[in-house]
Design a protein around this ligand. Structure first.
Ligand code: GAP
Length: 435
């Protein structure tokens, strides 16, 4: 099936129907651009995060993990440049009061009602709140708009406790908040989202090489996630697109039904961040390189991915409809490494000891895998329900099971069934889900 707008509508409806993503506070009419992850959604999200964490920390001796607080000292955001420059130009329609990002409208008139638009003014995207009981200017703090700063302010702590030497990295997964003017496209751009960021600290002069290295590593990660290669590409930032701190930047883009859009940003941030935090905090953050016998402020190569956006990409990429025996089969072709449920386990019928055997299989498998028992409805219907939920395998106990301790294993994508010994199920699922 082609990549169309209808795909998005169908995906939003499938997400709701199957318990991937619900509109937030739905019984109150919802809240714009906020979403809740349901039973399957939270499993998928956790598995995506695990897939990232495994590649970015567990498999690497040169990257440490971190989980910094969302609320940070307000000076952090002055040092980072967010107070002064984390803004979007905004225009309001004087007639219908609709608000637009200035770069999204052409001319002086409202695209909806034709009313006159105001002059553009800068709007800061950071959410403000107050710390403590007094709501005055002195108690203003921000919800972090990126997780990166939590890493920079902990650079010295992590370096000392882990005894890492440059080059090394710090990785973090966590919530970020932006008061986006134009959120939308389902969970693509929201006001509350999760980032998976890694900051790699390097010696000045080696930054170009490391930048190239991380660019390759990160696209390879998306390939390993099972995404279609032809829908992934790099976009190099031109001089006018580069952030104030960046020397070079590439986005990894994905071809969504609404066009090629950023999935992840890879930046060469130079020594901007640590220099600024040294200046604003008054604490020495220079690094002494024992091998080179020199002191310097490290350069940073950043890889910054969105967890929600990756999840949306997996749903878009995996969504498929095909004709099978005169019926439309909806199937979510998620990689077994991240599929919320790895296997459905079914008794063919509700008698002859089949449910008992199926339950026993579930009890064994659930220690290691996400499995789901289902005995209701015809077997074909049960397969279809799992196809739509993205479950890669369905295990069925039938009349032959009693005779030779085997079950059928049906693959979601090819719909082929093979007979497998019950004793071999764990190994089969282990091989399919290995990170
Ligand atoms: N520390 C660098 C940084 O935050 P960014 O390009 O602004 O860079 C990185 O954000 C990633 O975070 C994006 O590629 C995207 O995946 C995700 N992201 C950013 N804003 C988002 C939003 N409003 N909703 C969902 N994801 C978002």
């Amino acid at each position: 099936m082609g990549v169309t707008d209808t795909t998005m509508d169908r995906l939003v409806s499938l997400s709701k129907r199957r318990g991937y993503v619900y509109p937030s506070s739905e019984i109150y009419g919802g809240i714009n651009a906020c979403w809740d992850y349901g039973p399957l959604g939270v499993k998928l999200k956790n598995k995506i995060k695990r897939f990232w964490w495994h590649a970015m920390t567990q498999m690497r001796d040169d990257i440490e993990g971190l989980d910094a607080a969302i609320l940070m000292h307000p000076r952090v955001w002055e040092a980072s440049g967010h107070v002064a420059a984390f803004t979007d130009p905004l225009v309001d329609c004087k007639k219908c009061k609709l608000r637009y990002r200035a770069d999204e409208v052409e001319g002086p008139r409202c695209p909806k009602c034709g009313g006159e638009l105001t002059e553009p003014r800068q709007f800061n995207l950071m959410f403000k709140t107050f710390m403590g009981p007094v709501e005055d200017d002195a108690s203003v703090i921000y919800l972090r708009p990126e997780t990166a700063q939590g890493i920079y302010v902990n650079f010295e702590n992590v370096r000392q406790t882990s005894r890492q030497k440059i080059p090394f990295g710090i990785a973090q997964i966590g919530k970020a908040f932006r008061n986006e003017i134009t959120p939308g496209n389902f969970i693509f751009r929201t006001r509350e989202f999760e980032q998976m960021e890694m900051q790699f600290f390097v010696r000045p002069g080696t930054d170009d090489t490391w930048f190239e290295y991380w660019r390759e590593q990160r696209i390879t990660w998306y390939h390993a996630l099972g995404l279609k290669r032809e829908r992934l590409r790099f976009h190099e930032h031109g001089k006018d697109e580069l952030a104030h701190y960046a020397k070079a930047a590439y986005d990894i883009q994905y071809e969504f039904p609404f066009g090629w859009k950023e999935l992840e940003g890879i930046h060469n941030r130079t020594n901007f961040d640590i220099t600024r935090h040294q200046e604003y905090s008054g604490k020495k953050l220079e690094y002494f390189d024992e091998e080179m016998k020199e002191r310097y402020i490290p350069y940073i190569i950043e890889t910054s991915a969105g967890c929600d956006r990756t999840l949306l990409t997996c749903l878009v990429d995996g969504y498929d409809e095909e004709e099978v025996e005169g019926e439309t089969r909806v199937v979510l072709r998620l990689s077994p490494k991240i599929a919320p449920v790895t296997a459905g386990v079914f008794p063919l019928v509700k008698r002859d000891g089949m449910p008992e055997t199926a339950h026993a299989i579930v009890e064994t498998l659930k220690k290691r895998f996400d499995v789901f028992y289902d005995e209701s409805g015809a077997i074909g219907r049960r397969y279809r329900r799992q196809d739509e939920a993205g479950t890669p395998f369905c295990i069925t106990v039938d009349s032959e099971t009693k005779e030779n301790e085997t079950v059928t294993v049906r693959e979601r994508d090819r719909m082929v069934q093979t007979r497998v010994k019950i004793a071999d199920l764990t190994r089969l699922l282990e091989e399919a889900t290995a990170l």
